[in-house]
Write a protein that binds this ligand. Structure first.
Ligand code: CA
Length: 480
């Protein structure tokens, strides 16, 4: 039986050898032979008779110049983007696009190259032929794409921070080769991107485009999908006093002022401060005149003010609304998110987080709260802190937004760009402590296939119709 098998493969290989020799263009091998489904695999095709591309004087991106590579499976045909700088008559380098899981043969300049499937059961025979017949180029001339060869991103922490924040990304990396270890044949971790900008690798290690888990995508304040959000930092404002008529030259110190997509906006007492100058670390603006208002607290930049009282054990958590800085155990800090985990060593404390929610679109919203141990969420529809009411709460520790009906607020119609005051109370007894506030809005351009935060709308369409018997009138005319 084994003998028959021998003949079968031998004749097949020889026929392909003859077929391949017929044309001037020949593929001897491609590496690697497996790749990720999200593309980005650097494919090297070795052979003969490929087009030489002049690097000077012609448009190297013109498809007429150079080589065109297509990866062809039984049901798909997907271009591989050629890197002309690394390609010449005996070698083509190209980068794969997204490749659904399949087995792909390589076609160069429209000439398909028939390949033998690379399967481990044939490996022994191939190895023998390879030595005996020097048929090296018959092997390894196809590409198998699969999830197993795709690097993934499964978690990322933290989810927000200043530019320069150290971010830990976990997933299947597929290599432990670092940096520019050019001698190695192992795939290297070449680059990481964040929002299209290159991210400096502290522990670089895989070459292919990673496939992030959809759970990692959040809708950002700019209404875009993002895994990580950055913001500018304010470190100081001077002077701290000025005329109520306005016109004071105000200097705001900080970092990353000039690295945002939108122009900088400075508000003083809720009114716009006229910007004179913006650099990365300084903004100078002229203060507006004072306008009498009921507002006692004004929105600032990103984040919330978090006040804490240690060794505090109120029976009614609402009491914390009236706590102040002069009470014992008081501390205050700034946090950049309403998803916060307290240090585990902290016990028997209460916390009050205050800030503003600014909707990105006018829409119907509802809020959810969860945490450890008990939490309350207050919200002001007027934006004034004194008008806040409790909209959601839970009396026991919960890690789900959906354990108690009280965790969910009523639906509220909120206006785009208006700052709504929010306050969150947290009480902790011992062990872990955390708080999370989430919200849903009714309208979104995103679907569940883009982010697990989106819920696809289901519509039921009822159709009804009437059936009426057809009426026909027949006329007879008779010729006499
Ligand atoms: Ca706890």
């Amino acid at each position: 039986m084994g003998h028959k098998c021998w003949h079968l493969h031998l004749s097949l290989i020889i026929s392909i050898l003859l077929w391949n020799s017929a044309g001037a263009q020949q593929i001897k091998s491609i590496t690697p032979n497996s790749g990720g489904i999200n593309g980005g695999t650097r494919l090297t095709i070795n052979g003969e008779g490929f087009a030489e591309v002049s690097q000077f004087g012609v448009n190297v991106d013109d498809p007429i110049n150079g080589n065109n590579v297509t990866l062809v499976s039984r049901t798909r045909s997907i271009p591989c983007d050629v890197e002309n700088d690394s390609s010449h008559s005996k070698q083509i380098v190209c980068y794969t696009r997204a490749l659904p899981e399949d087995h792909y043969d390589v076609s160069v300049n429209g000439t398909p190259v028939t390949c033998l499937p690379y399967q481990s059961t044939y490996k022994t025979i191939y190895s023998y032929l390879l030595k005996t017949w020097k048929l090296k180029y018959m092997l390894y001339t196809s590409l198998q794409s699969g999830y197993g060869s795709t690097p993934t991103i499964q978690s990322l922490s933290p989810h927000s921070g200043l530019p320069g924040t150290v971010v830990t990304i976990r997933g299947n990396i597929y290599t432990d080769v670092y940096g520019s270890n050019a001698e190695s044949q192992k795939p290297r971790f070449v680059r990481a991107y964040m929002g299209g900008m290159s991210c400096e690798l502290l522990k670089p290690n895989s070459e292919e485009k990673s496939l992030p888990d959809l759970e990692l995508f959040n809708v950002s304040s700019l209404n875009k999908l993002a895994m990580f959000q950055t913001y500018a930092e304010v470190t100081g404002v001077s002077p701290s006093e000025g005329s109520v008529l306005g016109g004071t030259s105000l200097t705001i110190q900080g970092r990353y002022f000039d690295k945002t997509n939108l122009p900088a906006v400075v508000l003083v007492g809720g009114q716009e401060c006229q910007i004179q100058n913006v650099s990365d670390e300084k903004i100078v603006c002229l203060t507006p005149g004072y306008e009498r208002t009921n507002m006692t607290v004004f929105p600032g930049s990103r984040g919330l003010r978090m006040e804490m009282w240690n060794n505090s054990d109120p029976i009614d958590l609402e009491d914390v609304l009236d706590y102040n800085a002069s009470m014992s155990g008081y501390s205050v800090q700034w946090v950049d998110s309403l998803s916060y985990v307290f240090p585990a060593e902290m016990n028997n404390f209460v916390a009050r987080l205050s800030g503003f929610f600014v909707p990105m679109e006018t829409d119907n919203y509802y809020f959810l709260i969860k945490g450890d141990y008990r939490c309350m969420l207050y919200f002001s529809l007027t934006g004034l802190s004194q008008d806040k009411v409790r909209i959601a709460y839970h009396d026991n520790s919960t890690y789900s937004f959906y354990d108690y009906t009280s965790q969910k607020s009523e639906i509220m119609r909120l206006k785009k760009g208006k700052p709504y005051y929010i306050e969150v109370l947290v009480q902790e007894y011992y062990d872990e402590a955390s708080v999370d506030v989430g919200f849903f809005k009714e309208i979104s351009t995103f679907t569940y296939n883009q982010t697990k935060e989106a819920i696809n709308e289901k519509q039921q369409i009822n159709a009804s119709y009437d059936v009426l018997p057809e009426k026909q009138v027949r006329e007879h005319t008779e010729a006499l």
